[in-house]
Design a protein around this ligand. Sequence first.
Ligand code: ZN
Length: 441
Amino acid sequence: MSCDIAIINGTVLPMAGRPDIDGGVVTITGNSITSVGGSTIDVAGAKKVIDARGCVVMPGFANSHTHVASNLLLRGLLEDVLLFEWLQTMWNLKRNFDHETLYWASLCGDLEMLKAGITSFNEHFDAYDVEPQIDALAEIPLRATLGYGFADRGLYAPRTDYSHRTMARFADIVAEHHDTRDGLLHVALSPHAVYSCGADMWHEVRRLANELKVSIHTHLSEGQQEVAYTTENYGMRPVQWLDSLGFLGPDVTAAHCSSLDPTDIAILARTGTKVAHCPVSNAKLGSGTMPLRAVMAAGITVGLATDGPASHNSSNLFEEMKFAGLIHKTVTEDVEFLKIGEILEMSTARGALAMHRPDTGRLEPGAKADVIAVNLDTAHTQPVYDPRAALVYSSRADDVVHSIVNGRLLMENREVIGVDEERIRHRFHEAAHDLKRRSIG
Ligand SMILES: [Zn+2]
């Protein structure tokens, strides 16, 4: 059978509820998966064969909420401070963002994600320019949904004009970028949060989403300070306020949701709102822990996400998976809750659904060919009785050896093909330190 790429001899984890295949085969033609099965699949006509012996072959990770560029410029700068203090300092840098700096930050962030097995991500731009990331993605073509950020009050008031200008030309932005680069690039609407956007802005975003048929990606109910804000200003909790505006719906990804009461959960379920769960960021910023068991029981689609590298310090879903298992066992005092299979689904198939990318995150014929191979033949994963246990609790991002995005081999044996990694790291380091000097000294 002819195909562009055949991956053989690995343990295939197709995800989306399908069983593992030992010594399995995955074939790819163009940007799509053409077959997934056992060693009887004929690969004699493959243009390239990848021997994945000792590896798990699985869908690339879907990171359903992050802020790569802006946040990478803040990684390690603001430790041990409260969320709102953190946002204030962040703004001192954000005021000085320029295309060049954001470009190198984006490129370094994309490189980090690729090397950690993340093949698709849902980017929330906190009301700064998206173009540098579009340029960076031309160099490292991950699957990305780029949420143009909007805000008009509080700390974000200086971005009001930018937000309105961008919303006014959003039809043009959709025409220019949405579903381009062979489907890799999507655009979305990203109002920042209930404390940084007024009611008019939420109404306008909802109108644009309905008209232009693009998804929405926002922050929602991220801790008690936010709950206190809407209770004081609108007499309601954040989820309930957005619902009262008619904003929520199945096209919305709500990141965090770390403070939810039973009414909030019922609203998210009724409206079909998707949730991006960021347990590491929530723990680090003291934003609480999502009542995940109740959220899952209500049938809400939940993806796992890193949030930005300023509040997580790495774009690494292996760390996120392990931490998710630990924190939910701790808060529920139930070691049987949040099983390894569920955690992996939240990082792949369900994560892709949570970011409105149903065509990735799973290995099946017709799905987009976003595939990684993770080496389990390491001292820190042996003896590997169960590849799922190894992936969630023992594997490291550096164990990802091959990565294919949209049918293109971007990393082979940990070498990112055609990319000068040292130059990216060096240019980003220089740009970041220069930005810090001119912003906060
Ligand atoms: Zn965020």
